[in-house]
Structure formats: structure tokens, C-alpha cells
Design a protein around this ligand. Structure first.
Ligand SMILES: CC(C)(COP(=O)(O)OP(=O)(O)OC[C@H]1O[C@@H](n2cnc3c(N)ncnc32)[C@H](O)[C@@H]1OP(=O)(O)O)[C@@H](O)C(=O)NCCC(=O)NCCS
Length: 167
């Protein structure tokens, strides 16, 4: 039986072990971790996929903002990590987690969605593009083609220049 549960139902160490398996234990140096340093995930948009009682995948979302020098901060929601246990990848679990999060985001997200990810996956299945993010900056190295965003819940994408940081 496959269940999609609030991530808060899961033992935090089990989540960390899954992320180590999917991304490697050196994941903390990634730019995505710098962006969300010191903030907690959004509980309404963070989920676990459990199959027959075993944790198989997770998705977390974080409150961030686009900061421009001469404008108000624009709230955004950062999506990720999306992680599926390596031995069961490519079985539809990543898609199930993303679809579940996007359904929730349609009513719960307090800003448009952004993420660092492969456009070949997140564009193809979920409508994320780099069209609006060309002038966005991040507090660390990143590939521009992998900085993706998507409107949701009536929140359009800001297209101006700015730095993404936590809020
Ligand atoms: C990326 C990830 C979340 C996808 O979840 P998954 O359960 O393995 O994938 P799904 O079964 O939902 O989707 C499978 C489809 O997506 C494609 N796909 C999977 N990862 C892809 C990638 N990085 N780039 C392009 N396509 C990808 C597969 O080819 C497959 O397409 P097909 O149906 O035409 O064969 C998972 O593989 C994972 O945890 N990877 C390691 C961590 C990671 O890179 N996370 C994403 C960054 S936040």
C-alpha cells in the first residue's frame, strides 16, 4: 500500500538517511542548502511517500523570497529536495510526490514556486521553466538553465532582478 503523509509524521533521522542515499552525504554544501539555511520547511507542502510501512520518498518546500535592491521582497516557495530511495527510482514515486505537493500548493502556497532542478524532468512533467529566472541570483554557484519557477495559487512569477534568500 502506498501512502502520502505529512512529512512531520516521519522520524527526522529517517528523512535524513533517505536524503543521504539520494543525494550523497556531501549534499550540505549545495547552493539550495544555503538559500534555506535557518528556516523550517512549510508543513502544509512537505510530504513523505510510504510503501508498505517503509519510507520511499520525500518532498520538502521552504519559505524564500526574491530580494531586489529598490523593491519590496516578493515571497516565493522553494521546492526540493525531492528524493526517492535509489533502489526504487523511476517507478513513479517522484511524480506522485510532485503531483501531491502541487495539488496542495494550489490552495496553500503563499508565493510562486521556484526550484533548482533538471528542466528535462520538472519542465516535462510539472510545468517548471527558466523563462522568468534569467535575472535571479542565488547565494552560491548554480546553472542558469536549472533555476526553474512556476506560477501557482494566483501568484505570478516575478521577472525582475534580485537575490533569492530565506524569509
Ligand atoms: C529525480 C527523482 C526525484 C525522480 O523520481 P523518480 O521516482 O525516480 O522518477 P519518476 O518515476 O517519477 O519519473 C520517471 C520519469 O522521469 C524521468 N526522469 C527521472 N529523473 C530524471 C532526470 N533527472 N532528468 C530527466 N528525466 C528524469 C525518467 O526517465 C522517467 O521518464 P519515462 O517515464 O519517460 O521513462 C529521483 O530519481 C531522485 O530522487 N533522484 C536523486 C535525487 C535528485 O536528483 N532529486 C531531484 C533534485 S531536487
Amino acid at each position: 500500500m502506498v501512502e502520502l503523509l505529512p512529512l512531520s509524521n516521519i522520524e527526522p533521522q529517517a528523512v535524513e538517511d533517505l536524503l543521504d542515499a539520494a543525494f550523497g552525504t556531501d549534499r550540505f554544501g549545495r547552493t539550495a542548502y544555503r538559500i534555506r539555511e535557518g528556516v523550517d520547511a512549510v508543513p502544509e507542502l512537505s510530504f513523505a511517500l510510504v510503501e508498505d510501512g517503509a519510507l520511499v520518498g520525500t518532498i520538502q518546500c521552504w519559505p524564500v523570497a526574491l530580494r531586489a535592491p529598490d523593491a519590496d521582497d516578493i515571497p516565493l516557495v522553494m521546492v526540493g529536495p525531492v528524493a526517492v530511495r535509489p533502489d526504487v527510482q523511476r517507478g513513479g514515486h517522484g511524480r506522485a510526490l510532485m503531483v501531491h505537493m502541487l495539488d496542495a500548493a494550489e490552495t496553500e502556497a503563499d508565493g510562486a514556486l521556484m526550484m533548482i532542478g533538471d528542466p528535462e524532468y520538472y519542465g516535462r512533467f510539472f510545468g517548471f521553466t527558466a523563462d522568468a529566472t534569467g535575472e535571479w541570483d542565488l547565494p552560491g554557484p548554480f546553472e542558469k538553465r536549472r533555476l526553474l519557477a512556476r506560477a501557482v495559487n494566483g501568484h505570478d512569477l516575478p521577472t525582475g532582478a534580485g537575490m533569492i534568500g530565506s524569509r
